[in-house]
Design a protein around this ligand. Structure first.
Ligand SMILES: Nc1ncnc2c1ncn2[C@@H]1O[C@H](COP(=O)(O)OP(=O)(O)OP(=O)(O)O)[C@@H](O)[C@H]1O
Length: 804
């Protein structure tokens, strides 16, 4: 089994985690490290000959029938391996060397089940440094004599020049400016990191370093390099948000200063930046640094002196050309829910002073701007994460302080599997750029390579990790991306085993794209003298952890795999031993020897059956492995289903709420309309009623009108009396005289009374008239049932008695 094929994209190492605490009832151990094979030595010398390279799985006792799997890695580190062992034996020094000297990018990533020790390997603990700190230390120690400029601060012009040749559309800041923005001047003296999310959530991997309360380097610029860089010409004024030329001398003053022949590294005359050039440079920080540097304020982290300094890696320092000039840029990003987010430019929640990344999945998704992994104008041959914030660091401490800032932004949550579980794939990039000058044209540029350290989130099962809601969504995305990563790694190992060159399907998700894109040599990269990256994968596993999850990860990542079925003692050997034991000591066969032939026949049958059994056992194991893989795919699908279900539920809920709101509004408007109508209706009714109740009073007639009225009535009455008298004349004379006498008498009586009211007079007069009328008409024969109509009293009946 070739455990370390030369063409592998990734060197894959396995590291076993020691038990955290000694429990009385330790779970069964599921992994056993094989003793190193003396004959084995790695093809490229990437692992020492005495180092173990294989591991076997021990299925739990309730599943003994399962086949034993044997996995091959570049090297296996058992529980006793220290951080320094891992750093040295994984060849991280050669990765650093590739970045510094060989124009080769380096990538180191950790992969494993949640809680298996990935972050510990990458970032270390309170007492031990991780491979990130050690790599940083080696790089800064190697660059110590060459890193420019001295006094640990970077002049802005230098940054402008670096930025102009940067291909990733980044924003650049010096570490001092950046850390000033993060911690502020007032907090510099404090040493507590109690309030940083990192301190509470990731206690085992302290990264905080920020010790030197130096002045803002930019404030000291004018005196820094008077002769060499001509920086006295430029002064950074944060208030004006721009580089301004402080001198009023002629425009070529800078060129004169910069081309000073005494300068140890003079800039070419034709490449000194004019103000316009600086303005045109693709640097957000230089055009407009302060707005981009808004950052939630933090308290300064713990003192550098309290941070672990071991393991010491001074002996790994590399020799570099002392005349070269380097600059180190640090950037950090995370892949969260298959999107890339810059960890050094977080979104800000107004008034809260904390990054949005701590606010939960949805808000994070909504408020942070995600970045693209793409080819840019300046980098057509390879993809880069565009638009990152890059911090120029000139010391190890500065780089660690920036790393600390990025880590506090990273999404970490407590789950059932790990109390500080990473919920995103974190990438820490260390770009080392070297100044290159074209001797012929004098053109200056900065080229460099990047060492990327990736701390991948751990795979987990929703059931064991007890995740729900947004954490479940994250877990689904994590598992999915790890499944794709597993497919790529499997393709890599099957390519090597069968010498095929099948396509590694790395474009399926952001994680695999970021890890694999730059691993393949292309024609363009070859023409640009750029080597494909070197990559190391450190797989971490807990030997006392979950068998299924651990063996699944190992199946993904191992460079080689074998399956063996535990053999039962062969029937042949059993029979031979039985027969042998029955042979007498004197050499004679026992009486049962006659059965030997039958037994031999049976032996052959048994042998055949045993072989068949083994074959079936092997198939069973293969089927089981297939089933395990399908189970993983099922878990991923289940996670996806849950995710979809959750999304659908949320959508339905939102739609229902929207509809309810619409209905409510509709009912409200109908109600308002109806109420308005009712009010109108009632108003109208009231109006009508009030109109009906209005009492009309005739105006009091004036005296003249009354007189006139009465006179008119008198006339009427007189004419009526005349008519009656005339009628009376036409009838019997006796009645006539009597009647007349009666009328006259009445009139006389009325005159006598004199004081009777008009009404009484009128009533009496009416009675008289009725009487007279009945007399004149004679007896009237009324039809039965017909009522006699009474004459109503009228105003004109009320004539004064005198008139009558
Ligand atoms: N080699 C080791 N030596 C001592 N302790 C270790 C080692 N590896 C891991 N641990 C401890 O185990 C615990 C879990 O480790 P860690 O946080 O690194 O897991 P992880 O794989 O990064 O988990 P996740 O994927 O959930 O982030 C920590 O307390 C860590 O200190």
């Amino acid at each position: 089994m070739a455990s370390n094929p030369p063409s592998s994209l990734f060197q894959v190492y396995l590291r076993l985690r020691p038990p955290i605490s000694q429990q009385a009832d330790q779970p069964e151990r599921c992994l056993t490290v094989e003793e190193p094979d003396a004959s084995h030595s790695s093809n490229d010398g990437s692992s020492p000959a005495s180092a173990p390279t294989h591991i076997t799985t021990q299925p739990p006792s309730d599943a003994r029938k399962r086949g034993v799997e044997r996995f091959g890695f570049t090297q296996v580190f058992d529980e006793s391996a220290t951080q320094l062992n891992v750093f040295e034996d994984t060849g991280l020094q050669s990765l650093v060397k590739g970045v510094l000297l060989e124009q080769r990018d380096g990538l180191v990533a950790t992969l494993g089940v949640s809680g298996s020790g990935k972050s510990h390997t990458i970032l270390g603990s309170k007492t031990q440094r991780g491979i990130t700190q050690m790599s940083l230390d080696v790089i800064f120690k190697s660059l110590a004599s060459t890193i420019k400029p001295p006094e640990n601060s970077i002049p802005p012009y230098l940054l402008a020049s670096v930025s102009a040749s940067d291909a990733s559309e980044s924003q650049m800041f010096t570490a001092q400016t950046f850390l000033d923005a993060v911690y502020g001047e007032s907090d510099r003296g404090r040493n507590s990191r109690a309030q940083t999310p990192l301190s509470s959530t990731r206690a085992h991997t302290p990264m905080a370093v920020w010790k030197s309360p130096l002045l803002n380097p930019l404030q000291r610029i004018p005196n820094l390099y008077p002769g060499q860089w001509g920086l006295s010409q430029y002064l950074y004024k944060p208030a004006s948000l721009a580089w301004t030329k402080t001198t009023t001398s002629s425009s070529n003053a800078l060129q004169v200063t910069a081309s000073d022949s005494h300068s140890p590294s003079p800039l070419p005359r034709n490449h000194q930046p004019s103000t316009a050039e600086l303005h045109d440079a693709n640097v957000g920080s230089i055009k407009d640094p302060m707005p981009a540097l808004i950052f939630p304020r933090r308290h300064a982290p713990m003192r550098a002196s309290t941070l672990p300094r071991s393991p010491d890696v001074s002996h790994l320092t590399l020799e570099l050309n002392p005349h070269s000039e380097y600059i180190v840029l640090v950037s950090m990003y995370e892949v969260y829910n298959d999107r890339i987010f810059d960890l050094l430019s977080p979104a800000i929640v107004p008034g809260q002073g904390s990054a949005v990344s701590r606010q939960g999945a949805s808000s994070q998704k909504e408020r942070r701007k995600h970045l693209y992994f793409k080819s840019t104008e300046g980098s057509p041959d390879r993809k880069v994460v565009a638009g990152l914030r890059k911090i120029a660091c000139s010391t190890y401490e500065e780089a660690l302080a920036v790393l600390e800032v990025g880590l506090t932004e990273r999404k970490v949550t407590g789950t059932g599997a790990n109390s500080v579980s990473s919920r995103s794939h974190g990438f820490f990039c260390l770009e080392v750029k070297r100044r290159m000058r074209n001797k012929r044209t004098g053109e200056e540029t900065w080229i460099g390579n990047t060492l990327t350290v990736a701390d991948l989130a751990g795979s987990e099962r929703a059931r064991t990790a007890k995740t729900a809601g947004s954490t479940l969504v994250e877990a689904g995305k994590i598992n999915e991306s790890l499944m794709y990563l597993g497919q790529c790694l499997q393709m890599q190992s099957s390519n090597q085993e069968g010498n095929k060159t099948a396509m590694v399907p790395y474009r399926q998700c952001k994680l695999t794209e970021l890890l694999f894109s730059n691993s393949f040599p292309s024609q363009q990269t070859a023409s640009m003298n750029r080597n494909p990256q070197r990559a190391i994968m450190i797989v971490t596993a807990d030997p006392l952890g979950d068998y299924n999850a651990t063996s699944q990860i190992l199946r993904y990542s191992a460079l080689a795999r074998e399956v063996t079925v535990p053999r039962a003692p062969s029937a042949e050997s059993l029979l031979s031993s039985t027969l042998g034991s029955r042979t007498g000591s004197n050499g004679r066969h026992s009486p049962q020897l006659g059965l030997a032939e039958d037994l031999e026949k049976a032996l052959a049958d048994i042998e055949w059956l045993t072989a068949e059994n083994e074959r079936l056992g092997l198939r069973l194991t293969e089927e089981e492995m297939l089933r395990a893989e399908t189970e993983t795919a099922l878990i991923v699908s289940e996670d996806r289903c849950l995710l979809i279900e959750q999304e659908v539920r949320e959508e339905c809920w939102a739609e229902m709420e929207e509809r309810m709101e619409q209905e409510r509004k509709r009912w409200q408007s109908a109600w308002d309309e109806q109420t308005g109508h009712n009010d109108d209706h009632i108003d109208k009714k009231i109006e009508l009623l009030s109109r009906g109740f209005q009492i009309h009073e005739d105006p009091q007639p004036s005296c003249d009108e009354r007189v006139e009225e009465l006179e008119f009535e008198n006339d009427q009455l007189r004419s009526r009396i005349t008519a009656l008298e005339r009628e009376l004349h036409c009838r019997s004379p006796t009645k006539k005289s009597k009647s007349k006498n009666t009328a006259l008498e009445s009139s006389r009586n009325a005159n006598i009374l004199g004081r009777e009211s008009d009404i009484e007079v009128a009533l009496r007069k009416m009675d008289q008239l009725k009487l007279a009328d009945s007399m004149f008409r004679g007896p009237v024969v009324d039809s039965p049932g017909k009522k006699q109509r009474k004459m109503a009293t009228r105003k004109w009946d009320l004539a004064p008695e005198d008139d009558l």
